[in-house]
Ligand binder design. Structure first.
Ligand SMILES: [Ca+2]
Length: 595
């Protein structure tokens, strides 16, 4: 210990360096008997402050907290300000603009096809790989998770879903399912546990990206009961929507219950000692609620928008109770997990992340300071161990001023200049052309014959409107005229016959419209002859009124017929030839199935 104490003293003298992690118990050093399993749980819009392990007494998250007691907790772990970019950085170990991710919807969330993922690496190393939850990096094969290294996928591919109870139109390995069962987080956990059990005798890589506490704010009664009317002791530094907070915290306790179920299953299967478990979240909190006084929330590149929980457990390998002060981020997970598992990284593109193994195993002899960049919507900030420089050139001492209340750029001109230069270089390297997205939506792969083209990815023309501001789970409505149309920019891979269906609703009174689906020189026509007029749903489960998210309906498939398509790019066009009623129909998606 003498040597390490001396080193700790030395480390304290290095400007900007953090003290090395504290290790209450020494790690065992022997070689693992088998490759470790990997279980990664990712929360959606859960802030750093939404865990009791971080000091929030408004809620209790004992199962998630247990990972810190039996493993390591990173004090300053950084993700992106919103969902898709963080997922892309986790998957690739690279900053998200490198992979073409510039948006959270309408195709801008997609990870470029020339990127290799963490699942590609683990699959290549012989792991069984599964993802259960919100993917949010591209829906159509080969953007689909089953083409990105995952043997199994269950969940939904877009940014949120319209109703988290008996969820409609989930995706299992590219197949569209009529509906799920029960509360979605519980169901995703069931699916993940089944995957773990099925693969208990071989190494597995199980990614569980939950879709809560992202809105719509829905949670089963038994989790909400504790929070209904609860007087919140700990509050945001900004104006707080208390009913929203109550729902968010209840959703976090539901996640915790499900994490407990996953951990219990590992125990039951006697896999806990052989499994690395990670818990983190994808951005700052989706409302103003307690977050230890940090500036910013989801969407912001300030500390509160990008600091996330990060807990990692590997019994006997990572010392229990380690608290790691060094800054780290989602970009580090691919190199870290590959290093811990002893598997090679696949692909040839350089990584932005670094392995954190030396910090986790207490073998870091030196740990140079580094810069971690946060970007969203053209704004960038850069963090070092001590400083944060924001997009406006303001500099903050994050140790003395963690709430970013005092700009000290003028007092520390050399630091400000150094970080400003690095930030400008990062922008120049990453951002030019990022939003010039000319990627069509792929259709027609034998590996995944059914392609969903949801309203989210389509373009409405004429008077056709989206059902809500956020495209994710929206549908097209107000389609009233033969002058209107809906188009999808598609690239057909395989020539052949495709079975075409449109998922629709139409009241009895509007029946009789004739519609045409066309692409290139091919076209088919059908008549809307059967009523499907279910009620809008979702609102009955909302704990607070939703804003941008669409309600949904139980859309049914209307068979359009068989269409012969040639390879190449074009505009798949849905239009009406005759509109006898007030409108043609509401449209959730077009399904093209290669025969
Ligand atoms: Ca999110």
């Amino acid at each position: 210990m003498t040597t390490r104490r001396n080193f700790l003293k030395l480390a304290g003298l290095i400007a900007g360096a953090a003290a090395l992690p504290s290790f209450p118990r020494a790690a065992r050093a022997e070689t693992p008997p088998r490759k470790p399993n990997i279980l990664i749980v990712l929360a959606d819009d859960q802030g750093w402050g939404d865990l009791s392990v971080h000091g929030n007494t408004n809620l209790a998250t004992p199962n998630i907290d247990s990972l810190a007691k039996t493993g390591a907790l990173f004090d300053r772990f950084f993700v992106c300000p919103v969902c898709s970019p963080t997922r892309a950085e986790f998957l690739t170990g690279r900053y998200h603009p490198r992979g073409g991710v510039h948006s959270t919807s309408t195709g801008g969330e997609r990870l470029n096809l020339d990127e290799k993922t963490i699942a590609d690496a683990f699959k290549a190393a012989g792991y069984a790989t599964g993802a259960f939850g919100k993917w949010h990096n591209g829906a159509q094969y080969p953007y689909h998770p089953t083409a990105r290294g995952f043997d199994e996928y269950y969940g939904f591919c877009s940014g949120h879903w319209g109703d988290y109870f008996d969820a409609l139109f989930l995706d299992h390995n590219g197949q569209l399912l009529p509906h799920g069962t029960g509360f979605l987080i519980d169901e995703l956990t069931d699916r993940a546990m089944a995957f773990i059990e099925k693969n208990k005798d071989r190494p597995f890589f199980c990614y569980v990206p939950y879709n809560t506490p992202h809105s719509p704010m829905q949670v089963p009664d038994r989790f909400y009961a504790k929070f209904a009317g609860l007087d919140l002791k700990m509050r945001s530094r900004d104006a707080e929507d208390v009913p929203f907070t109550r729902a968010a915290l209840a959703m976090c306790e539901n996640i915790d219950w499900n994490v407990g179920r996953l951990l219990a299953r590992l125990d039951e299967l006697k896999l806990a000692g052989d499994t690395i478990v990670i818990y983190f979240s994808d951005n700052g909190p989706n409302s103003w609620r307690w977050n230890d006084g940090m500036k910013g929330r989801k969407g912001s590149t300030d500390e509160g928008g990008v600091r996330a929980p990060f807990l990692i457990r590997w019994p006997g390998r990572i010392p229990a109770g380690a608290k790691i002060p060094q800054i780290a981020g989602a970009i580090d997970l691919l190199p870290t997990l590959a290093d811990l598992a002893g598997i090679p990284v696949v692909g040839t593109k350089p990584l932005d992340g670094i392995t954190l193994k030396p910090l986790l195993t207490g073998t870091a002899k030196d740990w140079p300071d580094r810069m971690i960049f946060s970007h969203w919507s053209g704004k960038v900030s850069v963090r070092t161990q001590r400083w944060r420089l924001d997009d406006a050139g303001q500099l903050f001492d994050m140790q003395a001023d963690p709430g970013q209340d005092r700009d000290i750029a003028k007092e520390m001109p050399e630091v400000a200049a150094r970080l400003s230069k690095a930030l400008a270089q990062w922008k120049a390297e990453m951002l030019p052309g990022l939003r010039n997205d000319d990627r069509p939506f792929p259709v027609g792969y034998r590996e995944c014959p059914a392609t969903q083209l949801p309203a989210r990815d389509g373009v409405p023309h004429g008077k056709v409107k989206r059902s809500a501001g956020a495209p994710n789970c929206s549908y097209f409505t107000n389609w009233t005229s033969t002058d209107d149309s809906i188009t999808w920019d598609v690239q057909v891979a395989a020539a052949g016959k495709y079975e075409a269906a449109v998922y629709y609703t139409c009241p009895q009174a509007d029946l009789g419209a004739a519609v045409e689906l066309s692409l290139g020189g091919s076209r088919i026509q059908a008549t809307v002859s059967e009523a499907n007029d279910p009620p809008l749903r979702g609102m009955e489960h909302d704990r607070v009124p939703r804003k941008g998210e669409s309600y949904i309906k139980d859309f049914k498939p209307l068979r359009l017929g068989e269409i012969e398509l040639q390879p190449g790019r074009g505009l798949l066009t849905l239009r009406a030839l005759k509109v006898p009623g007030k409108q043609v129909m509401d449209v959730r998606l077009v399904l093209l199935t290669l025969k």
